[in-house]
Design a protein around this ligand. Structure first.
Ligand code: P1T
Length: 383
């Protein structure tokens, strides 16, 4: 099946008892057994639920993987990955990554004895230097949140194989429509399903997809043992959202491109981060490993004044000032004070998350309205 067909059909079947075309919401915590252990494959909904299982099959198919796992949030999915490790193990991670990911690494797992080294993964030598014999996992986000750096997944996969460690890729920003890390040699793909996969800003959810059966078994064990699963209603909403993933992503990409081009010409804008520009570092890698450049655009303002960024973020009418991304509606955010506030100021500034950095999740509204909205908000800074 091609991607659009998979998005609508993969892993799904008409309900055998009624013929219902859409996957039913199995809103049940438990399942009747004829005699102890004699059941239809479902015992208790933390362990398995038919609506969640349908979504997990669909997610696996989209990522070209064999095994999918859905969690209560993206961070719950990451939590399970790090629980594969033991005290003394090391992780080499992208230095420009979602603030909440940084927080769970440093505030939750570092005190438990797992050590994290953050490096600029656009420089593969930095990655190579950070790997030791204790490294058990390389963790990459690409494009990164929020400065949209592009990391070469195939090259990281070579380094991970040499080091005998796992490669995990947070594919939230790209989605499987634009990039499929397992095909490029990653061992684990992770999603904040909350974002483009859900697509409508109405669900918080996470997911993992893997190919290796032994790894899948360990992760299913953690999913069940730690219990951070999603509910059936949320699984249904995401199944519905995914049916239009390919259509939405096309529209997000086209709108983001037009906005990036507009920002480039605007006199108030300083740096602009969008991997589609030919002079974006690693643009060629993006062309190689992605189908298009995604729906996210970040930019800083000339003079790097916090108050100017606040004015722009509060001055838009169609772009809503809010955390999160990937919904059909456009959002504007200020990473330094919102999504990336958990990262110490010096650390975040090093990666480009300066005080005036603004992040746009470009939605699928009419582009003329989006451009007009941004223009009037940016013009407030100039005056
Ligand atoms: O919010 P949650 O579903 O738990 O996912 C965490 C997460 C993981 N990885 C990436 C790349 C993310 O962007 C996120 C969540 N990010 C936001 C809420 C945000 O506004 O950036």
């Amino acid at each position: 099946m091609k991607f659009g067909t998979k998005a609508i059909h993969a892993g799904l079947e008409h309900d055998p008892s009624t013929g219902a075309v859409m996957t039913p919401i199995y809103q049940t915590s438990t399942y009747a057994q004829a005699s102890p252990g004699d059941h239809k494959g479902y015992e208790y909904s933390r362990t398995q639920n038919p609506t969640r299982a349908a979504l997990e099959r669909n997610l696996a198919a989209l990522e070209n993987g064999k095994f999918g796992l859905a969690f209560g949030s993206g961070l719950a999915a990451i939590d399970s990955v790090i629980k594969l490790l033991e005290p003394g193990d090391e992780v080499v991670a992208t230095n420009d990554l979602y603030g909440g990911t940084y927080r769970i690494f440093i505030k939750v797992f570092e005190p438990l004895g797992i050590h994290f080294r953050f490096v600029d993964m656009t420089d593969l030598d930095e990655v190579r230097k950070a790997i030791t014999e204790r490294t058990k996992l390389i963790w990459a986000e690409t494009p990164t949140n929020p400065t949209l750096k592009i990391i070469d997944i195939s090259s990281l996969a070579v380094l991970a194989t040499e080091a005998g460690c796992l490669l995990g890729v947070d594919n939230t920003f790209a989605t499987p429509y634009l990039q499929q890390p397992l095909k490029l040699g990653a061992d684990i793909v992770m999603h904040s399903v909350t974002k483009y996969l859900g697509g409508h800003s109405d669900v918080v959810m996470g997911a993992l997809v893997v190919n290796d059966e032994a790894l899948a078994e360990k992760l299913y064990f953690l999913q069940n043992s730690c219990g951070a699963v999603c509910g059936p209603m949320d699984a249904f909403l995401v199944l519905r959202g995914i049916k239009t993933l390919h259509l939405r992503m096309e529209a997000h990409c086209i709108n983001a491109m037009q906005i990036a081009n507009f920002l480039r010409e605007h006199p108030a804008v300083d740096q602009i981060y969008w991997p589609g520009f030919e002079d974006h570092a690693n643009h060629e890698v993006a062309v190689e490993q992605m189908k298009d450049f995604g729906g996210m655009v970040s930019f800083s303002l000339k003079g790097d004044r916090l108050e100017d960024a606040m004015k722009v973020c509060s001055g838009t009418e169609i772009f809503t000032l809010a955390e999160s991304l990937g919904g059909v509606e456009s959002l504007i955010g200020h990473p330094a004070s919102m999504t990336h506030a958990a990262i110490p100021a010096e650390e975040r500034r090093k990666t480009g998350v300066v005080d005036s950095l603004i992040r746009l999740s470009v939605g699928v509204e009419d582009i003329d309205d989006l451009l007009e909205d941004l223009e009037q908000a940016l013009n407030q800074v100039q005056s």
